[in-house]
Ligand binder design. Sequence first.
Ligand code: NDP
Length: 398
Amino acid sequence: MSKVVIIGAGGVGTVVAHKCAQHPEVFSEIVIASRTLSKCQAVVDAIGKSHVSADCVDADSVAQLVALFKKHKPELVINVALPYQDLTIMDACLECGVNYLDTANYEPKDVAHFEYSWQWAYKEKFEKAGLTAILGCGFDPGVTGVFTAYAAKHYFSEMQYLDIVDCNAGDHGKAFATNFNPEINIREITQNGRYWQDGEWVVTKPLEFHQPLNYPGIGARESYLLYHEELESLVKNFPSIKRARFWMTFGQEYLTHLRVIQNIGMARIDEVDYNGTKIVPLQFLKAVLPNPQDLGENYHGETSIGCRISGLDKEGKPMTYYIYNNCSHEAAYKETGMQAVSYTTGVPAMCGAIMFLTGQWRKAGVYNVEEFNPDPFLEAVAANGLPWHEIINGDLEL
Ligand code: NDP
């Protein structure tokens, strides 16, 4: 029986709150907090349970976070605000003796760059404080890292090639919208690509490499090589991997809009002067784009995310392995009022919290998800709405 504070009441925070509320035997009290109290209150009202309440915090301020944690005394904070807030929340956790879990690694506001070094630097501080920090516990990063750990534990003596494949075959009926925070999403996609090959990173131009890949139950979709944060920890934690890549599908319409947005300067993250007011074009764009939280109602189709791995099996024979989940936008919306991208992130965050609170993923320090036992987590993920499937020695296409 434990109290948690969820920071962030967007698409992901809403799913986390709904899912945690389904497990009162683990989450005895749930507080959801963001800058806007009314958004948190709306989630609380939709859930309608007396052990779920709302509060308000600006998570850019360590002082405000410390006051929030002192007021509620949570055992764990689930950070599903934006990546900009990771370090302030970790600082406040250290000050108040609160454990930490997030779904996206730290990113400074003024540079479109993300890497784990900033958060890994907290390892010793968390160890000394006897606190656990679990990093990247959404779907990707998150389940994809645990899928990889599961493959290493049960199937491979040597994993050699890893391709993480992320397909959204859903249709929300809008000309252009992003499935999670548009600012974070566009910053991620417009960066150079990067993949791991023979001990070093190979840099590609944004979306330079692409090919059609077949997704179970969906069919062929053009898939683009991107850099994604879990590659950084996975090649460190599984050093036998010779090549690690990440692929994501995009439709032509989406890419055309993205190109125009970039060409006209709306993807810029530096400040411009507009009639005497400083604005960041990408933040302004976010204000006029559809809110990802409102996409769910008319969203049809499925997401399909998984890991395609090849290498040597436990007997030393060549083997391929594909482990994946398909998630329906309609089913996610019916259950939580959010689409599948928020759902596939929120369910693993809740499962990671269960792993910590039940003592199965609890060790002092800062860890990526693949450093814990994958079995109970994947069992929980399947039982809570994200069943997964395996294809052994099929064609990986990669
Ligand atoms: P949204 O933009 O929908 O929601 C973000 C929430 O964060 C809002 O409720 C906002 O609150 C809150 N927030 C922002 N700044 C602050 C602040 N300074 N203090 C307090 N609260 C703040 O984003 P999503 O729900 O789509 O995404 C949430 C996180 O999940 C992101 O970090 C994203 O990168 C990550 N993610 C991870 C995935 C994975 O698979 N690992 C996939 C998808 C997303 P308010 O409106 O009140 O300001």
